[in-house]
Design a binder for this molecule. Structure first.
Ligand SMILES: [Zn+2]
Length: 227
């Protein structure tokens, strides 16, 4: 683990967001973080500033730091941006993909399917994000990769906030089709499936749902078992 407390905080918050332990709107108290990470408040402030620069945390004057809670309109914009970026990524990835990449992607899907079978939602979410980030790396465009890292993080918050109850997502099935299209080096099919997949994710959202959370910051960051 990184020795710098601010980096530890950033990593813990990003992991907790990826696994939907830390929900949209959660308060990140300076004192609570400095106690949990046994560091001073200057470290905490640097960590919060870095998270704000990644657009996953919002700093409100005199009120503190909060995990962002995108509105319905922002959620739509984020998915629209993802469709644009992931189409470009797909177009690049299909020209660069190797057989080893296909093997890695299939392994990722198998792990996602296993997590879903075991009802291990945090792992499933993390692996699903990892699938998209693998393609972004494959595109060879570091700027797009960085944008997508931010957008997938915000999508996870949105899905946590607005997902329809009891809705089981078709993530893994969509991912299988995407890898098949990559393996066939079929750019046209890949673009269509990528677009459809993101529309499926967006279709899971219901903007009338209120966000709820009564879990402590410690449990949100480290899971109920503590660290
Ligand atoms: Zn996906």
């Amino acid at each position: 683990m990184d020795a710098q407390p601010e980096n530890q905080i950033v990593t813990a918050v990003l992991n907790a967001i990826s696994e939907q332990r830390l929900p949209a709107g959660a308060k990140l108290g300076e004192q609570a973080l400095s106690d949990l990470f046994q560091c001073n408040r200057a470290n905490v402030r640097r960590a919060l500033a870095s998270l704000a620069a990644k657009h996953v945390v919002e700093l409100r004057p005199n009120r503190g730091a909060f995990v962002i809670a995108p509105s319905g309109q922002e959620a739509r914009e984020i998915f629209q941006a993802r469709r644009a970026i992931e189409r470009t990524i797909a177009r690049q990835a299909v020209t660069r993909v190797s057989d080893d990449d296909i093997t890695c992607l299939r392994r990722n899907i198998a792990a996602e399917t296993e997590a879903r079978t075991l009802r291990d939602k945090p792992t499933e979410l993390r692996l699903s994000q990892q699938f998209h980030m693998y393609l972004a790396r494959l595109s060879g465009n570091r700027i797009l990769e960085r944008f997508l890292a931010e957008l997938t993080m915000r999508s996870t918050l949105i899905l946590g906030m607005y997902s329809k109850e009891g809705h089981s997502c078709s993530n893994c099935d969509d991912h299988v089709g995407i890898v098949d299209a990559l393996m066939a080096r079929d750019a046209e099919l890949l673009l269509r499936l990528t677009d459809e997949h993101l529309r499926h994710l967006e279709a899971e959202l219901d903007f009338d749902l209120p966000p709820v959370s009564s879990v402590s910051l410690k449990d949100q960051l480290f899971g109920a078992s503590g660290r």
